[in-house]
Design a binder for this molecule. Structure first.
Ligand code: ADP
Ligand code: MG
Length: 258
């Protein structure tokens, strides 16, 4: 958590321009209308925290941006380009759009260092030496450089999640998606992960973060997006949202968690 290395990859859009743009996006799972007319723009360098009750479509929203899910109508662009359908372009998209899940999903039979260098070598075509040097900088940045030669199972959950963040960063993503990254962690490990995320936010990484950590939303978010039943019901600055939620669903949600 000491070293400052650039984390975000080069983009086409200027600072303050939308890096992620969703317009009129609809998706069903069978009869379930899980994303309803989603319009969402996230500017380069912006940190958006997505809040909402369980089942409201937050994970599906993230997965759609990463094209882990398809959608039926609407458009999504990342850095001015439409989401690709398949093939090599999809691998590049997944590199440009980093994603950190609740479960850490590290490769169990690879060392921490190998976990972080694999993508850059395979997808970004970096040399092993360059990938390792960059990986060590990132592991230092998230505070786990001493664990580089260990295997995931030898690390705590908080350490593993920080490695998962470093692994995404190693691809020099344009935007990072976090889907409840601390929900599976023991309480004493939550802050070490949130601190890494807050550091990234401060350094200008564009981020979409689904979380129930309201303290993080207050301190790191530029904007809070509140979802319920597949719809975005509110979008406003965190202070404004927490002080004056306008929808009944948001008021109800906040009354249960605050
Ligand atoms: P959240 O992350 O806000 O809890 P999700 O995006 O995971 O919400 O899920 C939204 C709704 O879609 C829920 O009702 C969930 O059960 C349903 N759902 C999610 N994934 C699938 C799937 N692969 N197939 C069918 N239904 C799904
Ligand atoms: Mg979810």
């Amino acid at each position: 958590m000491t070293q400052q290395v650039p984390t975000a990859g080069e983009t086409n859009v200027a600072s303050g321009e939308p890096l992620v743009r969703m317009a009129g996006v609809n998706k069903h799972f069978g009869d379930l209308h899980v994303l309803r007319d989603i319009d969402l723009e996230v500017a380069k360098g912006e940190v958006v925290v997505v809040l909402g009750p369980s089942g409201s479509g937050k994970s599906t929203l993230c997965r759609t941006i990463n094209r882990l899910e398809t959608y039926e109508t609407g458009t999504i662009t990342i850095d001015g380009e439409a989401l690709p359908e398949e093939g090599a372009e999809l691998a590049k998209l997944r590199a440009d759009v980093g994603m950190v899940f609740q479960s850490f999903n590290l490769f169990a039979h690879k060392t921490i260092l190998q976990n972080v260098t694999l993508g850059p070598i395979k997808v970004r075509k970096m040399s092993k030496a360059d990938a390792e040097a960059h990986a060590m900088e990132l592991l230092k940045r998230v505070g786990v450089e001493a664990q580089a030669e260990k295997y995931p199972a030898q690390l705590s959950g908080g350490q593993q999640q920080r490695v998962a963040i470093a692994r995404s960063l190693a691809m020099k993503p344009k935007v990072m998606l976090f889907d409840e990254p601390t929900s599976a962690l023991d309480p004493e490990m939550i802050n070490e992960v949130l601190d890494v995320m807050a550091g990234l936010a401060k350094d200008g990484m564009t981020m979409i973060v689904v979380t129930h950590e309201m303290g993080f939303a207050r301190r790191a978010a530029d904007r809070v997006v509140f979802m319920a039943d597949g719809q975005i019901l509110e979008q406003q600055a965190p202070d404004e949202f927490f002080a004056n939620p306008t929808s009944a669903r948001a008021k109800d949600f906040l009354s249960k968690i605050l």
